[in-house]
Write a protein that binds this ligand. Structure first.
Ligand code: BDR
Ligand code: CA
Length: 337
């Protein structure tokens, strides 16, 4: 076979042409925010929209965070608001580990030029899924409310989504309560709709994300890029490290690992599984049950991450954040300098 030489420009064109269409639905959140920075920089995806869920903080705050971050980074991505309330009618409280706004003690200027899409998250998801004709993937790093609403509103949507990668659930234990992980616990009714939809799922649960924590060296690395993206990631991480020093949650890159696993499958190892979530028993609602390698193959509804290659993930994350430069074009377009 003859080796076909391509110029750098042709290579770049090839990469751009082959970017995978992705919508990110998130409840930004400190670790969601670092994930968004990496998503903007990683170059793997054609990010068709960022949509916001209620979870870590209110929907108003997660939406504002998404819009502010996009404008701050000079990232030209549609940002849409999602549902204000969960589908689950039981008692739930917002997270306490991301500060009042969701971004800890980090402040960025409020967006002035960018505006929210007129459509809400479920409409955006459905419209883009149709446009992408079966190639659209979703990355969900918050409660699954928006996706579940979209699946109920548009019954043909399930056949239009190639895969959903989500941060949520656990094979063992939990974080917000001993039996459940926050995203799934917050809206188990929505999770149940997604888990039983038949859409291929990749689950990145606490079993692996709680082994993906960053340290002060990572903060210094982000700072060394000398970019606003690097500084923002560093400041968010600094807040998370202070939080850890105060005996609260460590600087887990829950959502960053889900993005990385979606972009680079070698960051994690996975097994086929049947997953389900407890909805009916209030005392255990939000608990995920994971049966790995079920004997009955027809039960398989997910790939579940069972291990991670931490070093690979960490380097991947650094590189993704490093790739967003305050280059002249971006600066000129958004008047950043
Ligand atoms: C998940 O909950 C949130 O606090 C994080 O952003 C992450 O998505 C971890 O349980
Ligand atoms: Ca999140």
């Amino acid at each position: 076979m003859e080796f076909q030489e391509r110029s750098i420009a042709e290579d770049y064109e090839h990469i751009v042409q082959n970017r995978r269409p992705l919508i990110i639905d998130c409840d930004t959140g400190t670790d969601d925010a670092i994930m968004l920075i990496a998503a903007a920089g990683c170059g793997v995806f054609d990010i068709r929209a960022v949509t916001s869920a209620v979870g870590n903080v209110s929907q108003e705050n997660t939406s504002k965070n998404n819009l502010d971050i996009a404008e701050y980074l000079g990232w030209d991505v549609p940002v849409a608001r999602g549902a204000y309330k969960t589908m689950y009618a039981g008692k739930r409280t917002l997270s306490t580990v991301h500060g009042a706004t969701g971004l800890g003690d980090v402040t960025i200027p409020g967006a002035k030029r960018m505006q929210f899409e007129e459509e809400r998250a479920p409409e955006v998801i459905y419209r883009i899924a149709k446009e992408e004709e079966g190639n659209l993937e979703l990355l969900v790093t918050g409660p699954m409310t928006n996706i579940a609403i979209a699946l109920l509103l548009y019954p043909d949507l399930k056949d239009l989504i190639k895969r959903i990668t989500f941060m949520g659930g656990a094979m063992e234990g939990g974080n917000v309560v001993p039996h459940a992980e926050f995203n799934i616990w917050f809206d188990p009714v929505a999770a149940n709709i997604v888990f039983t939809s038949g859409i291929p799922l990749l689950m990145i649960g606490l079993d692996v994300t709680e082994r993906a924590s960053l340290i002060d060296d990572d903060r210094k690395k982000f700072m060394s890029f000398n970019t606003r993206a690097g500084d923002l990631a560093a400041n968010l991480l600094a807040f998370m490290l202070k939080r850890e020093d105060n005996g609260l949650e460590s600087a887990y890159m829950h959502d960053g690992l889900a993005l990385a696993a979606c972009a680079d499958p070698l960051c994690v190892t996975t097994k086929k599984a049947h997953i389900r979530v407890e909805v009916l028993n209030d005392a255990l609602s939000g608990k995920t049950y994971v049966e790995l390698d079920p004997k009955d193959e027809s039960k398989v509804n997910a790939q579940v991450a069972v291990d991670l290659y931490f070093h690979r993930f960490r380097v991947w994350l650094h590189e993704a954040v490093a790739r967003i430069r305050n280059d002249v074009q971006v600066a000129a377009k958004y008047d950043l300098r």
